[in-house]
Design a protein around this ligand. Structure first.
Ligand code: DX5
Ligand code: ZN
Length: 232
């Protein structure tokens, strides 16, 4: 079911950036059938990040193939003029980058007004304090543990301290901490131990599987979840 209520249990969110681009609908169905929690959709504009993926029409096209939460990560600048289109496409969670424009507070208000959960993504060089004054406007903070733009990069260890600091800043607020980039069974445990609850993984979920061979997706999702749960 789409986003219902807040909890801090570990959620695995495969990034379809690592799926078969000619078959997104069936890929989304396969990862959900294999036990993922959210589906993470990486939108890139070739301007904010050095890669181009897809836009709101693609999100709208895959929405009927996703039963649960569609988690849309916007790596675009400017953002505000596109928020309505992504909300109408069915994003449950809509995240913008703190670095994408000068009016983060306005973008976040706009996302909530459109009826979606509001997220902020932070590049590796962006300090946790950059969201100190918008904590009451957000439902999720996404810690980028690679430089955004591409899948398959190595996890940047320095971000673990940022996760811990954000966990402290958040306190009892209902805000998810999502980790995006280089998440594997080897890195998931530390992320969970520092306070993360949503783990995005592209390569580590899709490797070795396909729509015709989906069991590998299930094994990969379980391996990440078990590593995270074991660290709690
Ligand atoms: C990177 C994207 C990530 C990416 C993760 O810019 O935001 O979601 O797909 O891919 P892996 O898990 O392969 O690092
Ligand atoms: Zn992402």
């Amino acid at each position: 079911m789409p986003y219902s209520s807040f909890n801090r249990s570990i959620k695995i969110a495969p990034s379809i950036l690592a799926a078969d681009f000619a078959d997104f609908g069936r890929e989304c169905e396969a990862i959900e059938a294999q036990g993922c929690d959210w589906v993470h959709v990486d939108v890139m504009d070739g301007h904010f990040v050095p890669n181009i993926t897809f836009g709101p029409q693609m999100c709208k096209a895959i929405r009927p193939h996703i039963k649960g939460v569609m988690d849309v990560h916007l790596m675009i600048s400017p953002t505000d003029s596109y928020l309505e289109a992504f909300a109408e496409a069915g994003a449950d969670v809509l995240s913008v980058h703190a670095e994408a424009g000068p009016h983060l507070d306005r973008s976040l208000q706009c996302i909530r007004a459109l009826g979606a959960k509001a997220g902020v993504a932070l590049n590796p060089s962006t300090p946790p304090e950059s969201i100190e004054y918008v904590l009451d406007r957000i439902d999720l903070v996404c810690v980028m543990t690679v430089n955004p733009g591409f899948g398959g990069q190595s996890f940047i260890e320095s971000q673990l301290a940022k996760i811990a600091r954000l966990r402290e800043m958040i306190g009892e607020r209902a805000i998810h901490i999502e980790i995006d980039g280089g998440v594997t069974p080897q890195t998931a445990g530390n992320c969970a131990a520092m306070g993360a609850d949503v783990l995005v993984a592209g390569s580590a979920v899709f490797k070795g599987g396909s729509v015709a061979k989906p069991k590998a997706y299930g094994a990969n999702i379980r391996a990440i979840r078990e590593a995270a749960d074991a660290a709690l």
